[in-house]
Design a protein around this ligand. Sequence first.
Ligand code: UD1
Ligand code: CA
Length: 464
Amino acid sequence: MKKSYFSVIILAAGRGVRMASALPKVLHPVAGSPMVLRVLEQCRKAGAGEIRVVVGFGEALVRQVVEPAGGVCFRQVDQKGTGDAVRAAKPETLEGPVLILNGDHPLIEAEDIKKIVENFKETSEEITVITAKLKKPGSYGRIVRSGGNVRAIVEAKDASADTLKINEVNTGIYMLDAKLLHKLLPLVQNKNAQGEFYLTDIISLGMEHKIKVNGVVLNSRVATGVNSQIELSNATRRVYLRKAKQLLEAGVMIIDPKNTYIEDSVEVGASSVIYPGCFLKGRTKIGQFTVLEPNCFVNHAVIGDSVQVRAGSYLEECEIKEKAVLGPYARIRPETVIGREAHIGNFVELKKVVFGDRAKANHLTYLGDAEVGEGTNIGCGTITCNYAVDRKKYKTVIGKNVFVGSDSQFIAPVTIGDNAVIGSGSTITKDVPANALGVARAKQFVKENYVSVDGVGPSDSKKK
Ligand code: UD1
Ligand code: CA
């Protein structure tokens, strides 16, 4: 395998006090994906070699997210500042260019990282620091230039009133050779407002050692750090809007992009329509000409072409084939496959069901651990009783073109043959063969003249 040009250090050990949350800051999700994972994935996409992640607060949790994605974790024992964090990543054991970035900048894209790397390759400067010009520079470190060159980065907390007026800020992204990093880091001291080892000091230290620093201005998304829940919700909104725009450009109709929540991993085919309030998550794939009415929640579902999902439906880990119609208020649970042109109506719940082509269950029904054949009609209020007193699950198999009358229960395990008819209100405990009628309900009892002539009370009691 070709050796990568650069390696990466992601800083992710901080607690993030301003988040006011027990979860480590970098694990807060932006549109369904933890911030640090987003940063890591974009680095990987941009062609990074080894990706080191500095962990500290909530280490075990951060490792659980970062390691499966290929991040190599290094522990920072005490969170003594960004300079100390980079030291914890042992840059002395790296070679060649190193990209350093913060785990709390979730909007960065691979394209930005590629730009930074190309820029570093092309210039003769030894340190690149990525900056951005912001209307409201807020709490970001300020870039102090003289004669156009970057001389220092001053943290907002340490800055004079004049320095605070500078609107060019530090994005916290740097690129330099591992050897140079190793040389400068031990020189960083903690004489500042927060008593921390600031990584930003490598810029002024570099100047003192006649090292050329290149300040490259990039877009504001690169600069967008998340330090509070408000900033998190702003970043989240930007990511959902970015995805909605991509889909709109690809021909998907999204009626109100500001109120539609589609994760980056989701695919939607052209000419499909997504109404407001829909949440589409994870590995969800939606075909063409499919309509999702308002407020549908869809997680890891594969939905075919020309499917109609009516308002308020909830779909998880299931497959819906072409031209099926679901809802309103359908609940499709894991391991369910709905056949072509099948109909699932309101308040119908399916769990682990293979539901045949053109089959119907239009009202108020629970089917679990079941197979329903093609063209079968499941009447209103049908229940498969799959969970027995031994706490095990049993299966109901219903054949093709079966007619199940309303308000029937199937006590699993039980099998119904093709074309069978189940009388309404039956509690089916035994198999019903193909083409048979199965009825299991109490016989109707009729007593004539039960009510007295004046219509009050039973006629018998009056006579006494
Ligand atoms: C830092 C920069 C600031 C820049 C801003 C961009 C410093 C001193 N300041 O400030 O110039 O404008 O980022 O967002 O570098 N971390 C550790 N260990 C620590 C401290 C922090 O791993 O001991 C990690 C945090 O988890 C976070 C990142 O480093 O992911 C940045 O730390 P944070 O405290 O958010 O720095 P800022 O104050 O935002
Ligand atoms: Ca920050």
